[in-house]
Design a protein around this ligand. Structure first.
Ligand SMILES: *[C@@H]1O[C@H](CO)[C@@H](O)[C@H](O)[C@H]1NC(C)=O
Ligand SMILES: *[C@@H]1O[C@H](CO)[C@@H](O)[C@H](O)[C@H]1NC(C)=O
Length: 364
């Protein structure tokens, strides 16, 4: 009897320690995901759009096609897992994304979506960032009516907000073949990037006003290195295509300044700049040292010198070993690449992610 009593005391002490531990450490409470096809998990399945990934062979290593534009997990899927979430964060538009599960976060991302409303027009349906924020406003109201405003803000304080967007504003807007030829003559890269940054400042401020505090913003990757850009710009030869990379870098430089500015001006906020450009450029350049065999050909391909001319779908062929390819399809990294990128966002130094990495942000 005595020893059972002792056990109870010890159990209670351990529980007290664990509880106080969780009070001190800011473990991830929820995962709110905004962005494009790099992080979408199936919203476009529910809209009329030419940009969809809910068919084979997408998801071949996930178990089934879900709407993810990769063979396995997205970067944000991996971050959620590593930061302790038990379930993948579900898409906003799924009919099952209702009730208490929204307290663990929701994914609003949409393939083809961008910062600007007109981005991705060629796909018909897509949910651009303004509309994603409208959708978050609905979730927020739902959460407030469920647990009250103070508890909702507590939940948001401990949540990871991430906004992975901007690639489509270049690939499927400013750089769209034929359709944007005139715009490119009339609007300089500097002016276009200026418009993006101005709009993005407003959108990130709105996210803060709705409760977002720990907001991670991956920059635009080296979009001149994706198989699609390599194939439509054959004159680049074996190099990445210069103009798309130049535009991305122009945007990224101003983005870094914008996030520093917002962290100072918006009280209690931490905006984190994730240098995915630098990480992916490193993987593409040094792919062999990361264990890849190939950094310039899509694993899921139909045609093109780099397999980059047709989106991944039922008529595509799939490379023999998905883990050996940096790119899953003409546009998107493979699960193997996403794992490397996610690890560097979690544990990387200030060259990868600044002012602090995600393990430091959440003490896990
Ligand atoms: C963009 O679209 C949203 C609706 O999704 C609308 O509320 C917003 O005013 C639009 N912005 C501009 C600049 O047209
Ligand atoms: C595929 O590549 C990975 C990573 O190099 C390797 O571990 C695995 O054994 C390979 N699988 C096959 C079937 O060759």
């Amino acid at each position: 009897m005595r020893s059972i009593g002792m056990v109870k005391v010890v159990v209670r002490m351990v529980m007290v320690l664990i509880w106080s531990g969780t009070c001190l450490a800011e473990t991830l409470s929820a995962n709110f995901v905004f962005g494009d096809s790099l992080v979408e998990v199936g919203n476009n399945n529910y809209i009329t759009s030419l940009s969809k990934a809910n068919y084979v062979p997408n998801g071949i290593d996930f178990g089934r096609p879900t709407g993810r534009y990769t063979n396995g997990r997205t970067i944000v899927d991996i971050l959620g897992q590593e930061l302790g979430l038990k379930e993948y964060t579900p898409p906003y538009l799924a009919p099952t994304t209702v009730g208490p599960i929204v307290l663990k976060g929701v994914n609003y991302a949409s393939g083809g979506g961008g910062i600007l409303n007109r981005t991705g027009k060629i796909f018909g349906g897509r949910i651009n960032l303004d509309a994603q924020l409208d959708n978050f406003a609905n979730t927020r109201q739902d959460i407030i009516s469920r647990i009250g405003a103070p508890a909702a803000q507590d939940l948001f304080n401990g949540a990871l907000f991430s906004v992975t967007i901007g690639s489509n504003d270049f690939i499927n807007n400013y750089l769209t073949p034929v359709l944007s030829t005139i715009e490119r003559k009339l609007v300089s890269p500097e002016a276009f990037v200026g418009e993006l940054i101005t709009r993005f400042r407003g959108q990130l401020t709105r996210l803060y006003d709705m409760g977002g505090r720990k907001i991670v913003v991956p920059n635009v990757g080296p979009i001149g290195c994706i198989p699609y850009q390599r194939d439509i710009n054959p004159t680049a030869g074996d190099n990445c295509v210069a103009l798309p990379n130049h535009l991305a870098q122009l945007f990224n430089m101003q983005l870094k300044g914008l996030l520093q500015e917002l962290s100072i001006s918006l009280k209690g906020s931490t905006f984190i700049f994730a240098d995915v450009y630098q990480i992916v450029a490193d993987i593409v350049q040094n792919y062999k040292s990361y264990g890849f065999d190939n950094a310039d050909f899509a694993c899921c391909y139909v045609t093109g010198k780099h397999g980059g001319l047709v989106p991944c779908g039922p008529t595509s062929k799939v490379c023999p070993n998905r883990s050996k390819y940096v790119f899953w399809d003409p546009y998107h990294p493979s699960d193997a690449s996403n794992s490397i990128i996610a690890k560097r966002l979690l544990e990387g130094d200030i060259n990868d992610i600044s002012p602090l990495n995600l393990r430091a942000l959440f003490n896990v």
